[in-house]
Design a binder for this molecule. Sequence first.
Ligand code: DOR
Ligand code: ZN
Length: 440
Amino acid sequence: MSGCDLALCDVALPDGRRTDIGFKTGKVVHIGAMEQADEIVRCHGMMLIPAATDMHVHMRGGTQAEKEDWHSGTMSAIAGGVTLVVDQPNTVPALTTPSHFTRRVKEAITDACCGFAINAGVVPGSDLSSLWTAGAMAFGELFAGPSSYGETLPAHDLSIALQKIRHMEGLATIHAEVVGPSNPITLVAHDFNRTPTGEADAVRKVCQINFSGCNLHFCHMSTGLAIDAIMEHRKQLTGLEHGLSNSSMAYRTSFEVTPHHLLLSNQDFLPGDTLAKVNPPLRDKNIQQGLWNMWDRIDVIASDHAPHTAIEKTVDFSDAPSGIPGVETMVPLLLAEVLRRKLSVSSLIEKVSRRPCEILGIPPAGFQPGERADFVLYPRETTRVDPGELHSRAGWSPFAGLPAIFPEMVIMEGRIVFQNGEFFNPGPRWYPGRGYDIVG
Ligand code: DOR
Ligand code: ZN
């Protein structure tokens, strides 16, 4: 087979088979023995998997550039095997107007180093249809409970927003929490103030007020209890669907879980450690284990990469911003769990690459001819997370010292953009949502 821009020879596929793979104009064109290509890279049996799409990151920028910006955040993504990120709208200013949204897209086109999509924010009275035609990928995260840089959207306004988003056939992504009245000064108290029951209640409440049947995606579910609430709701919907000739209520619900809720508990840190303060909070080891037990049901793993600097976190617990950086460590940490046989590589690919694209309507990266040629080559040896080697401007990681497998090489649109720690002119590509109106 000739005519390929790039061929990787002797790669190990996720199912263990060894083969060659060829790319042309950003797509897979051939899989199987190859002799010719403009560039041939011999891979000696290293594992090749489709690159990840992280559907929940906060890339910051603007007045928050000391935490992160498009450049540092997307370099961090690439170095962690992520070639497409979905940015959240709780920036400063928040992306609740078409002009703020469009300015944000321009910033990313100038500074980002990988594929990106941007969600639009919702406040009472936002012009959702203009945000949709401006290219919003989805709406939210909508704050059904407050968080850093996120005000609660009252239930009535949320319900109206869901109705409008349903009308446009869009997707609403939801931060579901109930926040108690106390002012916690420890991680455990923070957990008690934003309880597992509260998370499940918030999920149920959002489902209840979704009268119009808008497609919902629940962000960063941290407890089995909340996932049970989603499962229960899905069952009711299926029942409804069977009983109705008009299946207008047959909407989709999906949810994501973060690596920090799977791999960390509040018992792993000193009681007042602000670095581990995040919303929803880290839970205890039992609840953490309960989340692992749900692995097969999880739709998506997303990082909720929420960088804050160590200095900003070095204040009293109640004043410290919530959030954990994690776009670069997401796949490496979970791949180390694959090597320890805690999960299968195919289930990991499904949750970090295939499902997020399916939920968002983005063409997936994959091995079939014609699929997007975004791939990552991983060695078979485990190292440990060293925060000093990460690319996020946050400069720290709560995963320091944990086993991880970092990419050796990253291919984006059929081109090598990262190899052995060096970047080779990675560039941006905007993935607008389905409502994008080029003329407008
Ligand atoms: O801990 C969090 N930090 N949770 C969120 O939902 C928002 C995020 C942030 O933007 O810092
Ligand atoms: Zn959130």
